[in-house]
Each structure stands twice: as C-alpha cells, then as structure tokens.
Ligand binder design. Structure first.
Ligand SMILES: C[S@@+](CC[C@H](N)C(=O)[O-])C[C@H]1O[C@@H](n2cnc3c(N)ncnc32)[C@H](O)[C@@H]1O
Length: 275
C-alpha cells in the first residue's frame, strides 16, 4: 500500500471511527455534503483505485493517505490487509475516511469491511454515495426507469466470485421488464450479451456502454444487445464502464445533455460560449 504522508498524529483512543464513504463515480460535485465534511475533518483517508483526482483534491494537505486500490482484478493490497489496517487505525483513535467509488454497499465490499469492524468491536458509520449505474446513466441521458417503459432496474455484476463467470439467472434477466445495469462488465461483455441472447432477449434491445462516466473523459457507445460486444471492440471500450440494457437507452438520443469536454451541461456551455 502507498502511504503518501507522515504518520497521523491526532489519534484519540476514545473516538476512533471508520467512515465508509461513497465518493460517487468521479465528478467531485457529486460528493455528498457529508462526504465532503468528513474528508475535511479526517485524520486518515484510505482510498481505492476508482477515486478520481478531482475528489482526492478535496482531501486537505496534511491528511495521511493510504492507497489500497487494485488493478485489473489484481489486489494491490488484499482484503484481509485492508480490514486489518482499518481496525488498527480505529483502535488507535483516528477518524478514518474509507473512501470508495460510487456507493460503498453496491459492489463495493463496504459490507465486508463493516462486518469485520463490527465483529472486532470497532466503531463505523456508512455514508452512501451515488452509485455508478445511476450517475453514468443520468450523464448519458438515460433514465434507468421511465413510466410505461421500465418499471424497475436490476444491478448486476459481470464478474463472479474469484473473477469467474457471473452466476446469474439469465432466463429471468432476459425476460424481465426491468432495465439491466451491468457493473464490471467490460471483460465479460461478449459472454453476458450472448447469455442474454440465448436466454431469449431480443437482439435489437437497446444497449449502451458509458466509459469514465461523469468525468471529462466520459465516452458513450449507443448500440443494441446483439451489436454491443463487437462495437465495443471497435470503440476500444475500457474499464471503468457501465453497461445499460433496455428500452430506456432510446432516451439517450433526445436527453443527451452532458458535454464531457467542458464538464458542463449543454445549456451551460452554450451560455458560456455566448457570454
Ligand atoms: C467494483 S465496482 C464498484 C461500484 C461502486 N461501488 C458503485 O456503487 O458505483 C466498479 C465498477 O463500477 C462501474 N463504475 C464505477 N465508476 C464508473 C465510472 N466513472 N464510469 C463508468 N463505470 C463506472 C464500472 O462498471 C466498474 O467496473
């Protein structure tokens, strides 16, 4: 793990607490007020790979930082090591922000860390964040639900246990009236789309991939279930990307409001151009 600063100095053996904080998907303005306050007041920040530079810039100089991210499914620091670090910091009395991309309890291992802390009698609190599915879809002009089009949404992971195939009920997913929001799906995109097709989902079902959602690097690929895997290769789709499958993707043509190059909504960038 990388430790950027010196040992934290303001620990207090009575008041250590681990705040499991969701940072949202990248745009620093999507941090909650509570997350921003806790970052300002923290002794230590322990953060993951998907925390954007803009969010790390909110951490005051002098706060000790530990990077415990992983690359391409390979853990830079193992989960037991992260758990042990958090416990030690809590037992030493520090106010610790355990900063995670999106929401800590959605494919974020926040519940594993909370369970470990709870078992060892350490104080923790959970601060929800905006999860990638909601934020990336919104920044791509896609409502995850829409009356009469999709009355639900299912969050699914493209990665199973130990990086194996996802174990999902493909029949149920293929015949569901809900939107599907696929996390960690870049490597398994071909497999996931094929399984849905084989289970009976129509090939012309609208599908989108949103890479680096909510940031200036955001790119979106609008396609169909049958075409998405091959188009993703030509598009050179990279992680992190969210995949959204369902009729709601059609709204992306008319509700496309975000201009990633300026980091601004279309209306604001038009105003500043004219101003
Ligand atoms: C380990 S999961 C963490 C999810 C996170 N806890 C959340 O609630 O959004 C990582 C996956 O989230 C998605 N993701 C996170 N940030 C993203 C972003 N800025 N753009 C697109 N997808 C993102 C990608 O599917 C990525 O592979």
């Amino acid at each position: 793990m990388n430790k950027n600063n010196s040992e934290p100095t303001s620990g207090n053996s009575d008041s250590g607490c681990i705040y499991l904080v969701g940072a949202g998907p990248g745009d620093p303005e999507l941090l909650t007020l509570k997350a921003a306050r806790l970052l300002r007041d923290a002794d230590v920040v322990v953060y993951d790979r998907l925390i954007s530079a803009g969010i790390l810039a909110q951490v005051p100089a002098g706060v000790t930082r530990f990077y415990v991210g992983k690359a391409d499914g390979h853990h830079h620091v193992s989960q037991p090591e992260i758990n042990a670090l958090l416990l030690k910091l809590a037992q030493s009395g520090y106010q610790v922000v355990r900063l995670k991309g999106g929401d800590p309890f959605i494919f974020g291992r926040g519940s594993e860390e909370a369970s470990y802390l709870q078992r060892h009698g350490a104080r923790f609190e959970v601060v929800p964040g905006i999860t990638a599915a909601a934020a990336c879809a919104a920044y791509a002009g896609i409502p995850l639900t829409h009356r009469g089009v999709a009355n639900g949404v299912q969050f699914i992971s493209g990665r199973g246990r130990h990086n194996r195939e996802p174990e999902l009920d493909w029949q149920a997913l293929a015949h569901s009236a809900s939107t599907l929001a696929l996390y960690m799906g870049v490597d398994s995109l071909d497999q996931v789309c094929s399984k849905l097709l084989r289970a009976g989902m129509p090939g012309d079902t609208p599908a989108a991939a949103i890479e680096n959602g909510t940031t200036r690097q955001q790119r979106r690929l609008i396609s169909t279930l049958a075409q998405l895997p091959i188009q993703a290769v030509a598009f050179r789709l990279q992680s992190p990307a969210m995949v959204v499958i369902g009729e709601v993707v059609n709204f992306s043509q008319t509700l496309d409001w975000f201009r990633p190059d300026s980091g601004q909504p279309a209306a604001a960038s038009a105003r500043s151009m004219h101003g």
